[in-house]
Design a protein around this ligand. Sequence first.
Ligand code: NAP
Ligand code: MG
Length: 400
Amino acid sequence: MKIQMTTPLVEMDGDEMTRILWRDIKEQLIEPFVELKTEYYDLGLPHREETKDQVTVDAANAAKRLGVAVKCATITPNAQRVKEYQLSQQWKSPNGTIRAILDGTVFRTPIMVKGLSPVVKTWKKPITIARHAYGDVYRATEYRVPSPGTAYLQFRGEDGTSVEKEIFTFAGPGVLQGQYNKDDSIDSFARSCFQYAVDTRQDLWFSTKDTISKQYDQTFKELFAEIYEREYRARFEELGLTYFYTLIDDAVARVIRSQGGFIWACKNYDGDVMSDMVSTAFGSLAMMTSVLVSPDGNYEYEAAHGTVTRHYYRYLKGEQTSTNPTATIFAWTGALRKRAELDGLPDLVAFANRLEQTCLDTIEGGEMTGDLSALWEGNVPAQKLTSLEFLKAVRKRMEE
Ligand code: NAP
Ligand code: MG
């Protein structure tokens, strides 16, 4: 008998090679074992075009209503894609649209296997980067200063208050930038991080540059501290977890010397840069999971990589590609496990755990896709499989 579900998952289909993997993963690894219930939204670019991108908004609202979503990688159109897909508009990034509706924080975690070792020798457990995905330099206003003169930072309140500070007196040309963030966005970033630490039973580190930025970064530090004291300290202590704040310089040094196994919360720019560094140091983009956690407890799971366009073009020519489906499988297991926890379905939790473990066992047993066989340092020889061969190898082990 197949494992039953009660509440549907929000299923967001996507584009190119990952769309092919999406179908194969469901057929090979999920539907044979689970009576899968989903509310399906096709976020593939042709259907976004047909619906004038309404489908993305509908999918995000469904995630808000049902609480757990799983998303396939999607194309963010650029000028070349507008031609390729004959689009009426250069539609916005689906992830941007979904994030704007759900709010929250993106958590990225490497999937570790024996035989693929991180560049940093001390890292034994994954390091999760929690990136604030709102404001700062990504929403800044900036321009080149043309000539000598004085720059001011001015605020005009709706109630008539006015604040003005001199920034700098230029003797010649230069550059100028204004950044902002909002207390409510920082609050929800903090809550998402504390909640995720509790959910995953890991310590939380948070770092900024508050010694230099005495108002801006200091506000982040203080809002985190207030929310921790008021809402999370008791729960952390009960679970034996630690929250600590440190300067980003100190955090970087500690991360490199650590064994891993914690969450590192970063401001928007720091998280952008540090997540690329951490994921590269752990080995492969194809072995990195990603989940968006909203402050009111909605979850959207995906792979951290894109639609693997280069492989798709080869697939269209009839070639069997060796594209790694692991991160997309883990998006499914992450979503199924969260759904199962919310609905009290222990069989489904066990299934998600077993599928993840079986993927790792398959790779550790030497059966893997080309991206991993190229990096392999394991004891058994590596066999390079196509995507479908790999899924079938996992399926075989699941059935045993
Ligand atoms: P990408 O799809 O992540 O692929 C970049 C390269 O990384 C691939 O060509 C491949 O290298 C390697 N790679 C990534 N995932 C792999 C996997 N699962 N197995 C094996 N190799 C893998 O990034 P991109 O080429 O920059 O972007 C392609 C499209 O994806 C774009 O249209 C972009 O808008 C979209 N995108 C979507 C998301 C999302 O939906 N979350 C995120 C990023 C990008 P080799 O070719 O050397 O094998
Ligand atoms: Mg980046």
